[in-house]
Design a protein around this ligand. Structure first.
Ligand code: NAD
Ligand code: WQD
Length: 345
């Protein structure tokens, strides 16, 4: 049976591109909309090489309401949306809060307006474990309290969740699945798509792979005096392909009217916390490549430890993170090597 078309906003980005691959492999026709503010048009070629299918690609800005009207009237068969499009750099959001509020919130509100007008059945929204701040208990369940956001970026995720809840409570005729990602890492095993950080990476894994490649002299480990077994911070590193697969299940749920509530929220993580030093060990062990590093002071605003209780997603979605961390690290390294071969980095 022919499946419904899915609109993937931010579909040339890191998590979006991996999700387009999984959607196409599950038989969904996809249209990507992306303004290429943090990605590259070549990603569409990578997706085509992996799946043998070229997704439709529309270069447009989701904050541009007229462009969204045109997109929805050009593709009247869109039945589901996955909204990845957002600005995501925490530090930059402290410097340019209006840019973050405008981009992330106007994008979402435009999409919600279009959905009501064009009869879209559901929207999957990319939220983040950042909504939990420093949790009182680990692992974190979905009912853990939402802590006051420490950055405009984090605040856009909290406000976005509230906007979705309010709009659906007010009677909007569609459903939503809100996915709170922990720390997505790694790349597609083909090394044809992956994460393409802009400038000096702020996130750990791109910094690790660039240091291993010799692009950066050494990795700074931000703090070894935390209240954790080895003193470095603990996170839940989730393989990006595993993460992408959860989106296909979430879409199916909404399109096939299987949701238990109009808005459902799921943590997407492995359930296992790893420290920064353990993650570097995994990288070195699995790739055989050393990562020069030094311990430096804490990074302002860092959470000490956070990892997911993914039971709700395991039980209700039938989804589970499967890829061992060493395989994920190998995939991150293979991607870094592919970037080097292509002369990109
Ligand atoms: P990314 O920057 O690689 O992808 C986002 C894509 O959206 C980019 O291709 C960018 O060009 C595009 N985009 C941004 N604003 C747009 C706009 N107004 N119109 C059209 N396109 C626009 O980021 P990612 O890591 O793939 O993250 C995807 C989503 O997941 C984001 O919403 C992010 O906040 C969320 N998230 C990411 C992480 C993470 O660690 N990567 C963790 C939790 C949540
Ligand atoms: C991971 C760990 C650092 C770089 C951020 C956002 C969060 C979410 C995911 C979107 C921390 C340490 C890092 C380095 C290091 N994104 N580190 N040296 O901080 O968990 O979360 O990305 O929603 O909102 O805040 O991820 O990859 O930056 O850091 O020691 O050079 O690695 O201190 O403990 P983080 P990260």
């Amino acid at each position: 049976m022919k499946k419904d078309r899915i609109l993937v906003t931010g579909g040339t980005g890191y998590i979006g591109s991996h999700t387009v691959v999984e959607l196409q492999e599950a038989g969904y026709p996809v249209v990507i909309v992306d303004n290429l503010s943090n990605s590259n048009r070549d990603v569409v070629d990578g997706i085509e090489k992996i799946t043998g299918i070229r997704p439709d690609f529309v270069e447009a800005d989701c904050t541009d309401l007229a462009a969204m009207e045109k997109l929805f009237s050009d593709y009247p068969d869109i039945k589901g949306i996955i909204n990845f499009a957002a600005s995501k750099a925490v530090g930059e959001s402290m410097q340019k809060p209006i840019l973050y509020y405008r981009n992330n919130l106007n994008t979402l509100m435009n999409l919600l307006d279009m959905m009501a007008k064009y009869g879209t059945k559901g929207i999957v929204f990319s939220s983040s474990c950042t909504v939990y701040g420093e949790p009182d208990e680990n692992p974190v369940t979905e009912s853990a309290p939402i802590k006051k956001a420490t950055s405009p970026y984090g605040n856009t995720k909290q406000i976005s969740e509230e906007i979705i809840e309010d709009v659906i409570r007010a009677g909007a005729p569609f459903k939503s699945v809100i996915l709170r990602y922990f720390n997505p890492v790694g790349a597609h095993p083909s090394a044809l798509i992956g994460e393409l950080p802009n400038g000096v990476p702020q996130n750990l894994i791109p910094f690790v792979t660039q240091t291993a490649m010799g692009i950066r002299k050494e990795l700074s480990v931000f703090g070894n005096d935390y209240n954790t077994p080895d003193g470095s911070c603990i996170r839940d590193y989730i393989n990006v392909v595993d993460l992408a697969k959860a989106h296909v299940i979430a879409v199916e749920r909404m399109l096939e009217d299987k949701s238990e509530a109009p808005v459902e929220i799921f943590n997407l993580g492995t359930g296992v916390g790893l420290s920064v030093l353990e993650l570097i060990d995994s990288f070195e062990r699995s790739t055989g490549v050393k990562v020069p590093r030094k311990i430096v002071g804490r990074r302002a605003g860092d959470i000490e430890k956070v990892w997911a209780n993914p039971k709700h997603a395991n039980d209700v979605l039938g989804w589970k993170a499967e890829t061992p961390i060493d395989d994920t690290m190998k995939s991150a390294w293979a991607w870094q090597c592919a970037l080097r071969e292509r002369g990109i980095m």
